[in-house]
Design a protein. Structure first.
Length: 376
């Protein structure tokens, strides 16, 4: 990666030579301005207001405009001579927990690369110290003509720096929140929780810029001479400011989200859900007592039996103990009857086994004995 700034990290008395490398890049599609009638490029030309001449980039410098409109020239040498320690140094000023940084302050991100072999040891020291402390470093540095605020943290095996906005650059959100008091019912919150649980989590690496891909497909179609007719993607219809039933909208959202997850995952996702791997839908709490348990095969469900035992125990110690004794006696009697029936069956089987040889012998004797003829 190409470095955009060279300097050092000032860590107390430790100086770590580093190179600043962009950690992000833009993939947005840019367009050129053209003359619609003939397709010619339309460019911006930099022209001096005094002589009307077009000037090149090498001839353009900086200037500060005063309130009266006069311009004070400022050169790069003037800026380089400013008495600030951060001109070529990322100066660490403190270490704080990461959750103390407001995400609104986050700006551009950079990687800090060790510059040279001598920087390897102090670079690794700072990286491991940040890991062990579980904190981030707050630093000041100068880049592109201004002093900036930064946050250093560990990403994998490298140190990354996030540019931070100064606290006074964060605007106060006055007049942004809805005016007046708005009440939200518990049932609506329950449905919102259910929708959140149904949507579940997402792998960040799986997210794609659908708009950019559609534009690229359209450009490719136009370049290929097909006219650039792209397939229309159906999007959600705008509500148009109409009054909606929030509960119905939430319920429909939960249903659509569940159908969408089932369609993406198929049988595999259903198996994960059955084993507890899928998202659970939070049941809606209703007023009053719970519904009666359904009867399954003429018996109460396990939940109802457990509830009945709990109710007996909480209603009173005597009632719970009496019910427990009755159920124990009934279970003992049932067990005894089952044992007797098994013993009787076993005895009958033994007698049948003993009688079987005798019956076979009698049958054989009857077959060998000649029958007497009856006299006419």
């Amino acid at each position: 990666m190409r470095s955009i700034w060279n300097g050092a990290i000032s860590f107390g008395l430790v100086s770590i030579p580093i190179k600043l490398v962009n950690a992000t890049e833009s993939h947005s599609i840019s367009f050129r301005q053209i003359h619609v009638s003939d397709g010619g490029r339309v460019r911006y030309r930099k022209v001096c207001e005094l002589d009307g001449e077009e000037v090149s980039t090498a001839e353009i410098g900086k200037g500060y405009e005063e309130a009266d409109g006069s311009i004070i020239p400022i050169t790069d040498e003037d800026l380089a001579q400013l008495p600030i320690a951060t001109a070529k140094t990322i100066e660490i000023v403190s270490f704080v927990p990461a959750d103390q940084i407001d995400p609104l302050q986050m700006d551009a991100a950079y990687y800090l690369a060790a510059s040279g072999a001598t920087a390897a040891k102090p670079y690794t020291l700072l990286r491991e110290a940040l890991k062990r402390s579980r904190k981030v470093a707050i630093a000041k540095y100068a880049l592109r003509g201004r002093e900036r605020l930064g946050m250093l943290r560990v990403v994998g095996d490298v140190i990354a720096m996030h540019g931070l906005l100064w606290p006074d650059e964060i605007r106060v959100p006055e007049g942004v929140a809805p005016e007046g008091e708005v009440s939200v019912r518990e049932a609506e919150l329950d449905l919102a929780d259910a929708l959140m649980a149904t949507l579940g989590e997402v792998e960040m690496d799986s997210l794609r810029d659908d708009y950019r891909e559609a534009v690229e497909a359209m450009v490719a179609a136009k370049a290929g001479g097909s006219g650039g007719e792209a397939a229309a993607v159906a999007g959600p219809e705008a509500a148009g400011g109409q009054v909606i039933d929030l509960m119905a909208a939430l319920e429909n959202s939960v249903r659509v989200a569940k159908e969408s997850r089932a369609g993406r995952g198929g049988a595999e996702s259903e198996g994960e859900g059955a084993s507890g791997g899928g998202a659970e839908v939070t049941p809606i709490r209703r007023k009053g007592g719970g519904a009666a348990p359904k009867a399954v095969g003429g018996k109460k469900s396990t939940a109802s039996v457990a509830g009945g035992r709990g109710a007996g125990s909480s209603a009173g110690g005597g009632g719970g103990a009496g019910a427990g004794k009755k159920s124990t006696a009934a279970a003992a009697a049932k067990k005894k009857a089952a044992t007797g029936a098994a013993a009787a069956k076993k005895t009958a089987s033994a007698k049948s086994a003993e009688a079987k040889p005798a019956r076979a012998a009698a049958k054989k004797a009857a077959a060998t004995t000649p029958r007497k003829r009856s006299s006419a």
